[in-house]
Ligand binder design. Structure first.
Ligand code: E4P
Length: 220
């Protein structure tokens, strides 16, 4: 599986890259805007925080296909192996087709429906990002959307991967992985929650207390 962090926090990426088997970092315009660093500065820093290896994702801002393609080329000039995020609108689908013809890898983003996501894959997207929590927040079923999208890609566009996104809880992320998603992107808080259990700290403290009681030191 491929695990990504959904963030523009370079220091956090550096810290968590030592803990998690990160495949890379995803961003979106809101995430980049929150960090206030232009992409020409941010993307190289993120790559360095990953140890010089790893996949980066950044999104085009244009809304017309030809302009999206222009922006995609600019993003790839910053990081040559970057995957370009394209919102799955009618113009976005046209851009994904053009980018596929140029050999530029894409991710279909802002996916709220399984059919919408499938069409981005059929247009040539390498990744498709369903927005799990945002679908839930609209009264839909984010996990069910992912389950259906995963089935559709397996059946009809096996070259493409679901990169499940928009999580507020570890449970949502686990359900996507159990549904067979090959890749997910987690916000920092959800990633940390997935390995944080108060009972673990208590268990380790009790081991230490028992050891100290017997041997008067913490080491073996
Ligand atoms: C990824 O492609 C999305 O931009 C991101 O995961 C959205 O997350 P949010 O719904 O928490 O903003």
């Amino acid at each position: 599986m491929e695990l990504y962090l959904d963030t523009s926090d370079v220091q956090a990426v550096k810290k968590l890259a030592a803990i998690f088997p990160l495949a890379g970092v995803t961003t979106n315009p809101s995430i980049v805007a929150a960090g206030k660093k232009p992409l020409e500065v941010l993307l190289p820093e993120l790559l360095e925080a990953l140890g010089g290896q790893g996949r980066l994702f950044a999104q085009v801002m244009a809304t017309q296909a030809e302009e999206m393609v222009e922006e995609a080329r600019k993003l790839r000039a910053i990081v040559s192996h970057l995957v370009v995020k394209v919102p799955v609108t009618p113009q976005g689908l046209a851009a994904i087709k053009l980018l596929k013809a140029e050999g530029i890898p894409t991710l279909g983003t802002a996916v709220y429906g399984a059919a919408q996501g499938m069409f981005s894959a059929l247009a040539g997207a390498d990744y498709v990002a369903p927005y799990v929590n945002r679908v839930d927040a609209q009264g839909g079923d984010g996990i069910q959307t992912v389950v259906e999208l995963q089935q559709l890609l397996t059946l009809h566009a096996p070259h493409a991967k679901v990169l499940a996104a928009s999580f507020k809880t570890p449970r949502q992320a686990l359900d996507c992985l159990l549904a067979g998603c090959e890749s997910i992107t987690l916000p920092l808080d959800v990633a940390q929650q997935m390995i944080s259990y108060p009972a673990v700290d208590a268990a380790v403290a009790k081991f230490e207390q028992d050891w100290m009681g017997a041997f008067g030191r913490k080491s073996i």
